[in-house]
Design a protein around this ligand. Structure first.
Ligand code: GDP
Length: 524
């Protein structure tokens, strides 16, 4: 198959959602359709504590020490699907955000009983900035949820994206009859037990739906959508301005396959990416890619690290020599880690859109660009994401302060965690997106630098960077703490929304910026 065909059939995406919306359940169904697993069951078995018999279980159980399930690949019809896991729950970290720079589209799951939840908003914001297609799956229709129209209004208001329902639920919970599939001109009836029955629109007359009150209510809502709803245009979907919305139930495996088929059809294949020397097209002959995540093995018996590389152009072949742009050193890529896939153990070749795991003997950094041969350019820097949790940190033993500083410096440079110094006192403050990052930091300081550290939590804070060159330092205190980041830029850590607002109202001369919104890192 030609390089161009390989690129066009790639669909690399992530699923974003708030914990418990059904990401694991939906992922499992997608893996089932991709024939990666043989049967579906309760993947996490949260309640029963039991795992169903699927190949994924073993991998999931080892979560935290295994990287295999971070990327799931499988062929499906004419497509080659790559699903990137975005760690949530207690694993939420900058990696979660960075992973979103490596995908070409996203699926957003909304729990129909809850609507748009906080973690979804955070993840959505990152996707929005990149201008990639966003598809919405409204889940748990088998339960009494909120009114569909109300959910759509919430998506538009809270997230600021227009929506286009591709299908519409006919009732919900106990009265759930199925979905009215506008896009494929059919009704898909819910039969429970993972069963569906398809009734084309022109056959409805012959079924009991005709005079079913729930169905007639649905027709009324559809009429409303046709009149007042948004118009579907492919262009706006591709730019991430309009999100196609699908209703279904991941648990009941209802509406999932239709969703998958339609989503793959409209989701974007890999696009050109920005570098310091202009755009690099995926079809370019030379292989190139960048590292968006480095996972240290938490198991002391395996001190190796795996770097996750997103292929951006050309064809990757194992054994290839590449140049690492930052260091200008040539490296032969022999050891490539397999991710979860149907029929591969090691990665011998890969195409744009694919993710490969490369063995890292401590030579890579997050954001590194790798190019076949002697090429040298950099993909646009990965954005820094504003940390949300802060802790003061010091070595337990002052005699170890030299190793402590060395360890901090290296781990911070790697992008594992963000470092601040409190103004005047110069005490170290670490900032991270999630709790796990502190734990990894603590572990690595001990394992790699032999330093025991102590944390004092400053809790959740709102960081804002100061734009002014000069400003009066008298207005800061422990609730609005003045700090410098590792580039010596001044920032303020606000204790809460209230202190932040108060400051804004009273210190109009100080100009503050939210890092995330300042970043412009669109894929093209
Ligand atoms: P995650 O935290 O987003 O990965 O969510 P899970 O996939 O683990 O699902 C959270 C809970 O919701 C589990 O108990 C699932 O069985 C349940 N769940 C997921 N999808 C559905 C659905 O379509 N209907 C119902 N009733 N429950 C669901």
């Amino acid at each position: 198959m030609s390089l161009e065909n390989e690129i066009n059939r790639r669909r690399t995406f992530a699923i974003i959602s708030h914990p418990d919306a059904g990401k694991t359940t939906l992922t499992e169904k997608l893996l089932y359709f991709g024939e990666v697993i043989r049967s579906t069951g309760t993947v996490k078995g949260k309640k029963s504590g039991k795992f169903a018999a699927s190949d994924w279980m073993e991998i999931e159980k080892k979560r935290g020490i295994s990287v295999t399930s971070s990327v799931m690949s499988f062929p499906y019809h004419d497509f080659h699907v790559n699903i990137l896991d975005t760690p949530g729950h207690e694993d939420f970290s900058e990696d979660t955000y960075r992973t979103l720079t490596a995908v070409d589209s996203v699926v957003m799951i909304i729990d129909s009983t809850k609507g748009v939840e906080p973690q979804t908003i955070k993840l959505f914001k990152v996707c929005r900035l990149r201008g990639i297609p966003i598809f919405t799956f409204i889940n748990k229709l088998d339960r009494e949820g909120r009114e569909p129209l109300e959910l759509l209004a919430e998506i538009e208001e809270v997230l600021g994206i227009e929506s286009y329902p591709m299908n519409w639920p006919i009732g919900m919970g106990k009265r759930f009859l199925g979905i009215y599939d506008r896009f494929n001109s059919q009704v898909v009836r819910f039969k429970g037990d993972e069963e569906e029955e398809i009734v084309p629109f022109d056959h409805i007359e012959q079924t009991d739906l005709v005079d079913h009150p729930v169905y007639n209510d649905t027709l009324g809502e559809i009429e409303l959508l046709e009149e007042a709803g948004n118009e579907f245009t492919m262009e706006r979907v591709q730019k991430g301005e309009l999100t196609p919305v699908f209703f279904g139930s991941a648990l009941a495996n209802f509406g999932v396959q239709t969703f998958l088929d339609t989503f793959l059809q409209f989701a974007a294949p890999p696009k050109p990416r920005k570098t310091d020397q202009g755009l690099v097209a995926p079809e370019a002959e030379t292989f190139s890619g960048y590292i968006f995540k480095i996972q240290a093995n938490m198991n002391p018996a395996h001190r190796d690290r795996i770097a996750f590389l997103r292929v951006c152009s050309g064809k990757f072949e194992r054994g290839m020599s590449v140049n690492v742009s930052r260091t200008n050193k040539t490296i032969k890529l022999n050891q490539t880690q397999a991710f979860m896939a149907k029929d591969r153990e090691t990665v011998d070749e890969a195409y744009p859109g694919d993710i490969i795991g490369i063995y890292d003997p401590n030579i890579y950094q997050i954001g590194d660009t790798l190019i076949e041969g002697k090429g040298n350019f950099h993909f646009d820097e990965l954005p820094q994401f504003p940390p949300e949790l802060f802790k003061r940190v010091q070595a337990k033993n002052v005699m170890k302060s030299k190793q402590f500083r060395k360890g901090i410096e290296q781990l911070v440079q790697e992008g594992a965690i963000q470092l601040f110094k409190q103004d005047l006192t110069d005490s170290f403050i670490l900032g991270a997106v999630g709790q796990l990052q502190f734990e990894v930091f603590e572990y690595r300081m001990k394992a790699e630098y032999n330093v025991d550290i102590e944390f004092v939590s400053l809790g959740e804070r709102i960081p804002r960077w100061i734009k002014n060159e000069k400003f009066d330092k008298r207005f800061f205190d422990s609730r609005s703490m003045l700090v410098r980041d590792r580039y010596d830029q001044y920032a303020v850590l606000f204790e809460n929304e209230f202190t932040y607002r108060y400051f804004l109202e009273n210190q109009k001369d100080i100009e503050l910026v939210d890092l995330l919104e300042e970043n412009d890192y669109q894929a093209q």
